[in-house]
Design a protein around this ligand. Structure first.
Ligand code: 3HC
Length: 329
């Protein structure tokens, strides 16, 4: 779990490359440097495959778990139009998960095993979905700002090196842009509505801001995987670079609505163009991504129930193959 990956910044491993055939590795890295796409049947370092499975699987889990906090508001949406739009968004997120599970399967890990690893807590999903969506305004803030963060991450990584992943990301980004518009329209409606509506969206914003600051991953100085992921163009920007882009794009928009954010230090250094903010609480982040967040148990219980109740469908379609498959060697 994160505990294994989280190491003292001074002891970060320098040589991140596994024991590979140096000639093949050099050819692979020349292809990456030339901006070529790596396809499933191509030679790739074991570490490249392992990192891609970890990251794409985690992304897929995040999509399907991410549908849960918003999904709880479909039956309570304030009107038919909002209900329709939210239903469409939640359906999209589940579809994104299927696209990403398919991309991860091209690397040799089966969907059954990925779902098993999610349900048993072995695999991670985004920290942000382990918090409760307490009011309708929470679902609006998620649709606007979590999807905004996802779009920054996904449009950046869509320029990466692994063919099946970047093609899935391109498709996902088209649909995310609708989610962003829906979420922004929702937040603006509440922020310019009645006093009660404005107070509701302001409270939601304060609840979701700390997990949003965790969303792009730990600070670069303590990020364990960034070096090798960026070396092989799986990750096309660092965690802090994506966080800065998010702040630059969305803090002004939030302030334009005369809403406040729960960080007295938050300001832009006009000289450097960088945003200054209070260091996120990485201890909270570690706790949440290791299963100890407000909603982790509830989220996995829902997934476990869905798998159990849906097993007969898989058995009917896949027959014997529906059983648990041995992990990819
Ligand atoms: N939530 C949970 N775990 C996280 C995390 C987060 N936000 N950020 C980092 N971690 C974990 C990593 O998995 C790693 O743990 P591990 O070694 O046990 O796997 C550890 O923290 C160290 O962090 P690193 O910075 O070294 O990890 P990465 O290099 O993988 O960077 C990332 C993290 C930027 C999230 C990267 O994995 C990534 O870009 N992933 C693909 C995009 C993705 O997964 N997005 C999730 C949201 S999807 C979404 O919002 C859908 C929307 O439509 C609603």
């Amino acid at each position: 779990m994160y505990g294994n990956a989280y190491i003292d910044p001074d002891k970060a491993p320098n040589s991140l490359v596994a024991d590979e055939d140096p000639v093949k590795l050099a050819e692979f890295e020349a292809r990456i440097a030339a901006g070529e796409k790596i396809e499933p049947q191509d030679w790739m370092p074991k570490e490249y495959r392992k990192q891609l499975i970890r990251m794409i699987e985690q992304h897929a889990h995040s999509e399907i778990i991410g549908a849960l906090p918003e999904g709880t508001w479909i039956t309570r949406a304030p009107g038919f139009r909002r209900k329709l739009a939210l239903m469409a968004k939640v359906q999209d997120e589940v579809g994104h998960a299927q696209l990403l599970y398919s991309a991860a399967e091209t690397l040799g890990k089966s969907r059954e095993q990925m779902i098993n690893d999610l349900i048993t807590g072995k695999s991670k999903y985004s920290n942000i979905f382990n918090y409760p969506a307490e009011t309708w305004a929470d679902s609006a803030v998620i649709a606007w700002l979590v999807d905004a963060g996802a779009i920054i991450n996904q449009t950046t990584n869509a320029r990466g090196s692994y063919g099946p992943y970047v093609r899935a990301l391109e498709r996902i980004c088209y649909e995310e842009s609708f989610h962003l518009k829906y979420g922004h329209d929702n937040v603006v409606h509440l922020a310019t509505g009645t006093k009660k509506q404005r107070e509701m969206v302001q409270a939601a914003l304060h609840r979701w801001w700390p997990p949003l600051m965790h969303f792009f991953g730990p600070a670069d100085k303590i990020s364990v995987h960034s070096e090798v992921l960026m070396k092989w163009k799986v990750k096309m920007a660092s965690n802090d670079e994506m966080r800065q882009q998010f702040l630059d794009m969305y803090v002004p928009k939030i302030w334009d609505l005369e809403l406040t954010l729960p960080d007295p230090e938050l300001r832009k250094d006009e000289e450097t163009g960088r945003w200054i903010y209070t260091e996120p609480d990485w201890e909270e982040f570690k706790r949440v991504i290791n299963g100890d967040g407000p909603c982790n148990a509830e989220r996995l219980a829902v997934r476990r129930m869905a798998e159990e109740k849906g097993r007969w469908v898989r058995r009917a379609i896949l027959g014997e193959k529906a059983k648990y498959v041995k992990p990819f060697a």
